[in-house]
Design a protein around this ligand. Structure first.
Ligand code: GTQ
Length: 367
């Protein structure tokens, strides 16, 4: 965890400048035999690493702002379809790995995992359930479905489908062209916590009704006299047609809104749709330049429709449809829709619910 080589962060803004930090003793300042005696007893001096684990003012993130283009991923994923049968993959996924963490860690940020998954016609990715929470955003194709907790969810472009912790899920495909979707999981966090595991299971019997129809109308939820849903995850599929319509309606109703953004929530209690990661959709109006607040959570942007230029501190990413990028927390982010006529629609995943639960969620003024 500790990397005492981490470069010192830039000086804080003048209004927040704190006492100048004192240089501390280094490991090399200690006699060799002393260092050896410490390690022989599984002991470590704190002071040579204190500034690395508690850097002044701003964390030193391993997460690097990184972009992944669909045009690059797609042919490689199709090649995986030819190279590896589904029985040998279970989940045929290319992981969007952040080089700042090391590719082998398979993480986009400290807590976010991203993968592009391919299912070919007739294939089945068998039922299992696991501790990490997952969602899918459908990128391409028709006729596939994912059955979650006994509920069959058809996959259509742009849909968000939840597979929260502990729920059985399997994917199948009755269509005739490849289906590809983006997986977003909190796997890196669960793995770090040593709580990540899976149970394999038999195919589910489809029993549930389509939750997206039950909650299709804003402001009302099913509330019969004698029972109100106590399912922790009452809604599993958020159809893109509904979310897109909600964004357009918001734009029309509040043309001067600071941002046209909607959150994917639990419609029974208004809370986050899942426990760890937060999901939302944003419409960038034609020509819009949107400066986001500086916030502690890392964030992922995935373009559903149109195009967007994403600036993360001094890096610039030009994203077209189905392209994805991530940004670490605490940085300046600006989104721009360079089209003067077309809106752009962007899916966002961030670590905000986790940060709020941990009490470390922060926003900072742009400086
Ligand atoms: O589809 O259940 O990208 O279990 C990684 C782990 C997808 C899945 C991933 C998984 C799945």
């Amino acid at each position: 965890m500790i990397n005492s080589q981490t470069a010192a962060p830039a000086l804080p803004a003048s209004h927040e400048r704190e006492k100048v930090v004192q240089a501390l003793g280094r490991m090399e300042d200690l006699p060799l035999e002393y260092r050896q005696a410490l390690s022989d007893h599984n002991l470590v001096p704190l002071w040579p690493s204190l500034r690395a684990v508690l850097p002044p003012h701003t964390p030193g993130p391993r997460t690097q702002a990184t972009q992944w283009d669909y045009a690059t991923i797609r042919p490689l994923l199709m090649q995986a379809g030819a190279l590896t049968p589904i029985e040998k993959a279970e989940r045929r996924v290319l992981v969007l790995a952040n080089p700042g963490h090391g590719l082998d860690k398979m993480q986009a940020s400290s807590s976010i995992y991203l993968g592009m998954q391919l299912l070919l016609p007739g294939e089945v990715a068998p039922a299992h359930r696991h501790t990490p929470n997952a969602v899918r955003v459908i990128v391409e194709g028709e006729g596939a479905y994912t059955t979650v907790d006994g509920e069959k969810n058809m996959m259509q472009r742009g849909d968000l489908i939840l597979t929260p912790t502990g729920l059985w899920h399997e994917h199948g495909h009755d269509g005739d062209k490849p289906v590809i979707w983006l997986d977003v999981l909190d796997l890196p966090l669960m793995y770090y916590l040593e709580t990540s595991y899976v149970k394999e299971g038999a195919s589910q019997t489809v029993s549930g009704s389509a939750s997206e129809r039950v909650y299709a109308h804003g402001g009302v939820v099913p509330a019969p006299m004698f029972e109100r849903s106590d399912r922790r995850y009452p809604m599993l599929r958020y159809p893109w047609v509904e979310v897109r319509a909600a964004l357009l309606a918001l734009h029309e109703a509040q043309p001067g809104a600071a941002a046209v953004q909607v959150a994917y929530i639990n419609p029974e209690n208004g809370g986050d749709s899942e426990n760890v990661l937060g999901f939302s959709a944003l419409m960038l109006r034609p020509g819009e330049l949107l400066q986001l607040p500086v916030r502690s959570p890392a964030i992922v942007f995935h373009v559903i429709e149109g195009a967007a230029v994403v600036k993360v501190d001094d890096k610039v990413f030009t994203l077209g449809e189905a392209d994805t990028c991530c940004a670490p927390g605490y940085c300046r982010i600006q989104l721009e829709n360079t089209s003067a006529v077309q809106p752009a629609f962007v899916f966002l995943a961030d670590e905000a619910p986790l940060h709020r639960k941990l009490g470390v969620y922060e926003t900072r003024p742009q400086d």
